[in-house]
Design a protein around this ligand. Structure first.
Ligand SMILES: [Zn+2]
Length: 124
């Protein structure tokens, strides 16, 4: 069972099979940036959790680093983004996979989700 619809899951599996070596988040953040911060970027999720989400972007560090490698400055900006910026954007929910569920390891990221109305206690 996936949070992706069968169609998106199939595309995701095919893309993973054919992906060049290296970190997909490092590649993605150089291609399409929705919002740019000092240490963080919001990028689209090309393979969204579209069973539950109307919209699914990702907040990720600009450099390849995991949660426990974050600098004090990066951590401070993350708190500001979560407390001040994200509430002004349409997202309803943050979703963070822990290592056993992470397909991209070693590059910290949080899913920014607009839940579909049927899952939202307070539909937009
Ligand atoms: Zn990376």
């Amino acid at each position: 069972m996936s949070l992706r619809t069968p169609e998106t899951f199939k595309k995701y599996e095919e893309a993973r099979k054919n992906a060049p070596p290296g970190c997909p988040l490092c590649r993605a953040k150089d291609i399409n940036v929705i919002k740019d911060f000092t240490y963080w970027v919001i990028i689209p999720n090309d393979f969204p959790y579209d069973k539950i989400a109307k919209e699914n972007n990702m907040l990720t560090l600009k450099r390849h680093a995991d949660l426990d490698q974050m600098t004090a400055e990066e951590a401070a900006e993350l708190i500001l983004i979560k407390s001040q910026t994200l509430p002004t954007l349409p997202y309803s929910t943050l979703y963070e996979n822990l290592p056993r569920q992470q397909s991209v390891k070693g590059h910290y990221h949080i899913h920014l989700i607009v839940l579909k109305d049927e899952f939202a206690d307070m539909p937009a």
